[in-house]
Structures are given as C-alpha cells and as structure tokens.
Ligand binder design. Structure first.
Ligand SMILES: [Zn+2]
Ligand SMILES: [Zn+2]
Length: 121
C-alpha cells in the first residue's frame, strides 16, 4: 500500500508533470474526501508548471480555500463516521459532518436503495 493518497511528480528534463493517485486511498476515503486529494495534487502540478517547484507555501495557500482542499498532504486517516446500509451492509467512510451524516433518513444506499444509518467512530 502506497503511503500517500496522491503525489505530483515533476521531471525536470522533459518538464512533464505526472499525478499519481492511490486506488487504495480512493477506496478507503470515498470520493468526497478523495477529491480533496486530487485538487491538492493539481495545485502542485500547477506550481511545477508555473515555478518549476512545488511546496505548501504562499502560492499553494491561495488555492486552499477556493478549491476546498487541505494544505497538508493527506495520509491515510481514520474516518469519523461510517454510512452503513441496513439492507446490504455496505460501509462508506465519511470524514466530516456531511449532509448524509446529519440527516441519514433523507438518503438511501447508493448500491441497493436500502435505508442507511450512521455509525460514529
Ligand atoms: Zn502537498
Ligand atoms: Zn445497500
């Protein structure tokens, strides 16, 4: 298992920028959280393109809020909530108090349409 969920790689010779994302992390995070990682790495790719280097300094910071991402590279984190389907038993991790976590009765399982409940970790 890769340690980071995503990484932006810059090849100085070809000036080629590559973003590698971890499938394991995607499955562990769920899309909501993983999309933050994608945007984080896209900022690094942009930094490489503009400045030939990437960091978490001021050029990074200006994008954190507009892109709704995190300043620090995400490591695998334990979710704070699990969305659990009472029908098929599927478990979907959540990291913040999203709409689903607040009002699970308004939502249903994405796989089978069953009722969902929230488990607080
Ligand atoms: Zn980073
Ligand atoms: Zn289900």
């Amino acid at each position: 298992m890769q340690r980071s969920a995503g990484v932006a790689i810059y090849d100085q010779q070809s000036e080629q920028i590559t973003i590698r994302l971890s499938w394991d992390a995607y499955e562990a995070y769920g899309w909501e959280q993983f999309s933050r990682v994608v945007r984080h790495e896209l900022i690094h790719a942009w930094q490489y393109h503009e400045y030939s280097k990437a960091d978490h300094g001021s050029t990074f910071k200006q994008w954190v809020e507009p892109l709704e991402t995190d300043r620090h590279c995400e490591q695998y984190a334990e979710p704070n909530y699990w969305v659990i389907c009472e029908e098929c038993g599927s478990r979907d991790p959540r990291y913040r108090r999203s709409k689903v976590v607040k009002q699970p009765e308004k939502y249903s399982c994405g796989r089978c349409g069953g009722a969902i409940s929230i488990e607080y970790v």
